[in-house]
Design a protein around this ligand. Structure first.
Ligand code: F6P
Length: 782
């Protein structure tokens, strides 16, 4: 039927039609009830008004008759009375008048009034008693009649009574006509509503529904689409939003499935987010996953009166989020945003990511003193320079250490609260901020699997040995079942440090520390980036256009561009790279005006003097070198000292002929891998410090010593002069490596190592008794 009438394009929209019919019927019923109620009220009011009018008119007639009739009744002039009564014959709506003596014997009346009086005897009696002469109604010959009675006052008192009869039938007639009009109105409104609804549906909903239907069909068939073409009106906005989300999820799921199929087909073993999700679910079974870090993955900030949610500059977030998303776990971190407190529930929880919540963020609150002592003080003025051999002297203050301990305990309490009631929870502690946390957690929950990942280098025992709280730090770390570093050298340094400073046995075979039968396994697990293998290739010439636009925004024109992306940290070797650039331009003046280096620098830890000074130093160095070489419309260095999102950095990566990573010392350095992952055109050269963990994996980068200004400047020249073939071959090999060793693999290996640890039976004591932990015979990833 739908197809025949073609009101709706296809049968599936028939349900829309049924819906609209239901809507119309409800509207009609609603309008009818309201109209009939109103008519009822109107009819009632009209009847009351007309009856009042009739009564008043009857009273006027009766009173004028009484004045003339009174002397005639007194004087017994019956014939006069009859003449008087006859004058009221044929008055409009007046059915008759009758005059009675004191004994209620009729004296005179209009023709036929006797019959009327006999029929309305009861009403006449009621009329005599009715207050204010209101009279009474009675039926007569199918009509409604009204009678009013009035006493006749004689010279000596009551001389008799007169009655005035009126025809009240017109009141009923008017009521009937009122109802007829009302019903006709309801009928007309019904027709109008049905027509208006159908027209509205036809013109307002049919098109969008048809578009939506076509869009869903296209989506099902796999055609790429940004979202259905729906009107912008408010009512359609949520529908459109949900449709876009549905498309994004479906497209991502489809891409992941296709990628899986492609990989299976190609016999490759690439890790994807989907594979990680499945892997985590099987490996951890019912165990829930908890991640602890100081830096939170999402920060709520109040800007211009509105709350905005942003991702802080941190490679850690990039690396850990896939694990949380894959497991719907809980991430425990410090709340640092100005609107963080107002964005959580009373347990400090908020679901994230905001646009598509997949896991829980639990925020921990620190006082400004705690943050100062724990984060800026002990973690970043003590441990950071202690572990990075960058020739900045660590500062150790006893109050900072106290805050470090207190804050570790705060976080331990938060973790214990979150894992309460969970069987064998898995806890992944992140970084040098929480060296004491593993022991604090294990002391209360020996059934928890605890790993700590140390994202920065671990120095040799001599270097670490200057820390006044070295034993406490190692003791805290060894509370974990697993300690992870990015590279083998850091694992070796850690074991050597433990061996040198603590009473323990190093099990070189298992690569573990044995303290009283309790094992802590130490593993190199090089972190990585997601690697979007299927990211669209830039169209030919697109990167060139991007480079021209980006440089022009900085007032520069140059056919070649280099890029550096760092937190402004003294370990990153930024002044060193600037000095190498200076030497490069000195030695190769033909590149003056031809090559510009863009340094993106996210301000970091600025309350610490060394970081504050570094900002000044980097700015001055860039300006000094620019003064030396600049010409009209060109300068050698563009320094952008602000935070850039990953999306903002990507065009720089794609357009840069080289990327400089010149860390003086670095745990891994994800910028190196991000640059490689971004170059799906297989262009660009990576110049990489041999003191960054990434150099252990990216052998096709030009490896440099950032302290060697000459060597570094030569590497810059070599990169720019490299043949396209060599460049492509190097980049292709690095891309293959990063694709296979992506962050999903890192996460999978970490989870796998942790899940493989066999915890001792619980009867060995829940509260701090030494727990023997044993690794299953072959640990994955080894
Ligand atoms: O490299 C160590 C590290 O903690 C990273 O994990 C993190 O991305 C970076 O330092 C940022 O540090 P912060 O949280 O102090 O800004």
């Amino acid at each position: 039927m739908c197809a025949r009438f073609r009101l709706w394009p296809t049968p599936c929209i028939c349900s829309g039609m049924r819906l609209s019919m239901r809507l119309t019927l409800s509207l009609v019923a609603g309008v009818a009830v309201v109209s009939l109620g109103l008519t009822l009220y109107q009819a009632h009011a009209q009847r009351r008004g007309l009856r009042r009018e009739l009564q008043q008119r009857a009273l006027v007639v009766a009173e004028s008759l009484e004045k003339s009739a009174a002397p005639l009744v007194d004087g017994h002039s019956t014939s006069e009375l009859q003449r008087l009564a006859a004058q009221f014959q044929n008055h409009e709506r007046l059915a008759g008048v009758a005059v009675y003596d004191a004994q209620k014997t009729p004296l005179a009346g209009t023709a036929g009034v006797d019959e009327l009086a006999a029929a309305g005897a009861g009403a006449l009696r009621r009329a005599i008693e009715a207050p204010g002469g209101s009279g009474a109604f009675f039926p007569w010959k199918g009509k409604t009649m009204h009678v009013v009675a009035l006493p006749i006052s004689g010279a000596t008192g009551s001389a008799g009574m007169l009655a005035v009869f009126q025809d009240a039938g017109y009141i009923d007639a008017q009521e009937v006509s009122l109802w007829k009009r009302a019903l006709a109105g309801v009928a007309a409104q019904t027709v109008m509503i049905v027509c208006a609804t159908l027209l509205f549906l036809r013109w307002s909903l049919r098109r969008p529904l048809a578009h939506l239907e076509k869009w869903l069909r296209d989506l099902r068939r796999g055609a790429p689409s940004e979202g259905p073409d729906l009107p912008e009106e408010a009512g359609f906005a949520p529908l459109k939003r949900e449709a876009v989300r549905l498309a994004t999820t479906l497209t991502a799921a489809r891409a992941a499935a296709e990628e899986e199929a492609r990989l299976r087909d190609a016999g490759e073993s690439q890790w994807t987010e989907e594979r990680l999700r499945a892997f985590i679910q099987t490996r951890l079974e019912a165990q829930r996953l908890f991640v602890v870090s100081n830096r939170e993955p999402y920060e709520h900030v109040r800007r211009n009166g509105a709350v905005e949610c942003s991702v802080p500059a941190s490679g850690l977030v990039t690396a850990l989020e896939p694990i949380l998303r894959a497991s719907d776990g809980t991430w425990i971190a410090q709340g640092t945003g100005s609107a963080d407190r107002e964005s959580v529930d009373d347990r400090g929880h908020v679901r994230v990511p905001p646009e598509y919540p997949q896991y829980t963020l639990r925020r921990v609150w620190l006082t400004p003193e705690e943050e100062q002592g724990f984060y800026f003080g002990f973690a970043n003025e003590g441990l950071w320079p202690l572990c990075h051999i960058a020739h900045t002297r660590p500062v150790f203050r006893a109050p900072d250490w106290e805050y470090y301990r207190t804050v570790n305990q705060h976080f331990a309490d938060a973790v214990l609260e979150e894992i309460a009631g969970e069987r064998n929870p898995a806890v992944l502690v992140q970084d040098y901020h929480f060296a004491l946390l593993p022991k604090m957690i294990k002391a209360v929950r020996p059934d928890a699997r605890v790993a700590i990942f140390w994202h920065i280098p671990w120095p040799n025992p001599e270097a670490f040995g200057i820390c006044p709280w070295q034993a406490e730090l190692l003791d805290g770390l060894l509370g974990a079942d697993l300690v992870g570093f990015h590279v083998q050298a850091h694992c070796n340094n850690f074991l050597d440090t433990v061996d040198r400073l603590l009473e323990s046995r190093i099990d070189r075979e298992r690569f573990a520390v044995n303290r009283g039968g309790r094992f802590t396994y130490v593993r190199p697990l090089p972190i990585s980036v997601p690697f979007a293998a299927e990211a669209a290739m830039p169209a030919p010439g697109e990167s060139n256009l991007e480079r021209v636009a980006m440089l022009r925004a900085a007032g520069v024109e140059a056919p070649m561009m280099g890029v550096g992306v760092d937190r402004l940290d003294y370990t990153k070797g930024i002044p060193e790279r600037f000095r190498a650039l200076e030497t490069f331009f000195e030695k190769h003046p033909s590149y003056v005006g031809e090559f510009t280096f863009v340094q993106i620098g996210a301000p970091s830890r600025t309350p610490i003097r060394r970081y504050h000074d570094l900002m000044g130093e980097v700015t001055e160095e860039a300006e000094r070198i620019n003064r030396r070489f600049r010409s009209n419309g060109w300068k050698p260095i563009v320094f952008l000292p602000r935070h850039h999102s990953h999306e903002q950095i990507l065009p720089y990566y794609r357009a840069a002929d080289l990327c400089l990573v010149t860390s003086l010392h670095d745990g891994m350095n994800l910028v190196a891998k991000e640059y490689v992952a971004a170059r799906n055109d297989e262009g660009g050269v990576l110049i990489l410090s041999r003191f960054a963990g990434a150099s252990h994996e990216l052998a096709d980068a030009l490896l440099v010593n950032p302290y060697d200004t000459e060597g570094l400047s030569d590497a810059i020249y070599r990169a720019l002069a490299m043949t396209p073939e060599e460049r492509r071959a190097r980049m292709a090999r690095m891309r293959m490596y990063v694709r296979e060793h992506n962050v999903y693999r890192w996460a999978g290996t970490l989870i796998s190592e942790l899940a493989a640890i066999r915890l001792q039976a619980p009867d060995h004591g829940r509260h701090g008794a030494a727990m023997a932990a044993e690794l299953a015979p072959v640990a994955p990833g080894r």
